[in-house]
Design a protein around this ligand. Sequence first.
Ligand code: ATP
Ligand SMILES: CCCCCCCCCCCCC/C=C/[C@@H](O)[C@H](CO)NC(C)=O
Ligand code: CA
Length: 577
Amino acid sequence: METDFRLESSLWVGNKRYRALLTGWHFQWTEVDKKNRDKKTISVPVSEVVGVDEGQVEILPQKSTEDTDKDFTVFYVKRSSSGGLHGLLWRLGRIQFSCPSRVLRDQWTQHLRTALKTHSPVRPHRLLVFINPFGGKKKGRQIYHSLVAPLFELAGISSHVIVTERANHARDHLLKKDLTGFDGVVCVGGDGMFSEILHGLIGRTQQEAGLCENDPSVTLQPCPLHIGIIPAGSTDCVCYATVGVIDPVTSALHIIIGDSQPLDVCSVHHTAALVRYSVSLLGYGFYGDVLAESEKHRWMGPLRYDYAGTMVYLSNRSYAGIVQYLPADPLLSSPRDKTRCLSGCSVCSKSTGRLFPHPSDSGSLYSSHFSQFSNDSEEGEWVSVEGRFRCVSLTCMSSSCPKSPLGLSPSAHLADGTGDLILVWDTHPLGFLKFLYRHTSTQDQFDLPFVEVHRVKAVRFSLPAGKEEEAFEETGGLDEEERRHVETISRNGSQQQLTERSMGQEIANEQKSATPFLCGLCCSKAPAASVWNCDGEILPFTNIISRIHGQLVRLYARGIEDGATMHSCSEENCERA
Ligand SMILES: Nc1ncnc2c1ncn2[C@@H]1O[C@H](COP(=O)(O)OP(=O)(O)OP(=O)(O)O)[C@@H](O)[C@H]1O
Ligand SMILES: CCCCCCCCCCCCC/C=C/[C@@H](O)[C@H](CO)NC(C)=O
Ligand SMILES: [Ca+2]
């Protein structure tokens, strides 16, 4: 196989002579001096070659080609350090070769193109792109058209672009419209836009598979379309945690070369109905209160989270609750094992076999039906704890973000089929501050006596008996519309739920009146219940059941690259800042 693509010859770059070599998996070029001695080599995996063009090609300020008949240009991924604890920035590298003859030039371009097709079979050809024109600093359109579209064009990707006109436009399109011919869906925006795509694609896939999303025991069908995220929001946590940097060009290059990163998704249910999906944070207590408080100060922009964080911290709240969880197999990994889920993570790779067993395998951990909601299953026993909590958080991944470079749970895995449940018991204000502060450094936030972390497959939360009534009275309970909503979901399935009612802003608005913080600093009586923050949306229910679905979606990403150990960095395909 390797030898089929082998091509080696002398080529020129400007007035320097190079020996270029294409083997099956790598394209490399080595400068050769006048005495025929090798100088530096640059080696690029074929899978990271973006495109090959005849002539001398420039893409900036716009694509132009000087069609000399002995030249060709190769575009490839070039890395540079992000300078932080995190991943590597990717840039478009470009090199123009001159050949002694046109025949040799054609041989090079043909061989490179064939190698590309053979070694990068999963590259997208056609993409559906949704741009939120109002996300983040409202630069989504500009980011896409100036930084991303020229790269897609260079790589021969055709895209159908939709600029969204309202919240849930992208989600509804994915649920209802013809998606034939698309290889993937790209969102240009923040975590809220990603969540729309997530809900649209998961819903569409289950609809087509005839599966009911309401039932937490149903094994959901993984989505066939990949998701690409071009970060252009005020919070881009999913992008940061799966790519390692928030950078539109890096993300566009991951999409172009067809990188594929499976991602666990948590479904959240109330009684017999799906409420929402979550990937980064399902948080009750502190994170719920911060979101509820920040919604009241949207005009502050991204600063509202800092403001709300401070106010909620000062309000010094804790909440009573019953948390039940189904532990994951402790022999496979632990949230305190000090490992990090990096590109090529072995824990996630091993999980793939467990999550998607061959039909002939018997006795697999994940049978076709989720029997984990009963205690008599061989898959483990539910553990129950009750008390007062500062916060209860569940995350399917590390949830690293610029504020917390290692994340809510630094050793969580993107695609191992489990989530990390973090229980922060009621404690004195300084203790809680220490816990929060440790998120911003490399200090272990779990190494505190009032903090527990468990790797889990499912979680239930309920208010203690008696408190339910109290919370219901404080929040006004479910209003008539919400009751109808739940009944509708139970009767008709979640598709109707998704299309009938936006789960986002309306709920946030309705719940504003119920926001615990309203009784916050100024009143004496602390509220009995907080609200759930589900990836930045407030949930309309307190008692919930959630289940982690392993590798339910795939992103155009590869996890965080560890700059220190990157093979290609040592081969000078890396520009260190
Ligand atoms: N055209 C539109 N008009 C209004 N809202 C929209 C539009 N398109 C998308 N949205 C909604 O905007 C919300 C926020 O979008 P996004 O995540 O892209 O930006 P953000 O600035 O990071 O968000 P946040 O305000 O949550 O931090 C999403 O939940 C999405 O549903
Ligand atoms: C004294 C310093 C306190 C610093 C506290 C830092 C804690 C940061 C933890 C951030 C976790 C973010 C998890 C991601 C959540 C997203 O799903 C969601 C939507 O974008 N974002 C928010 C803010 O809810
Ligand atoms: Ca996980």
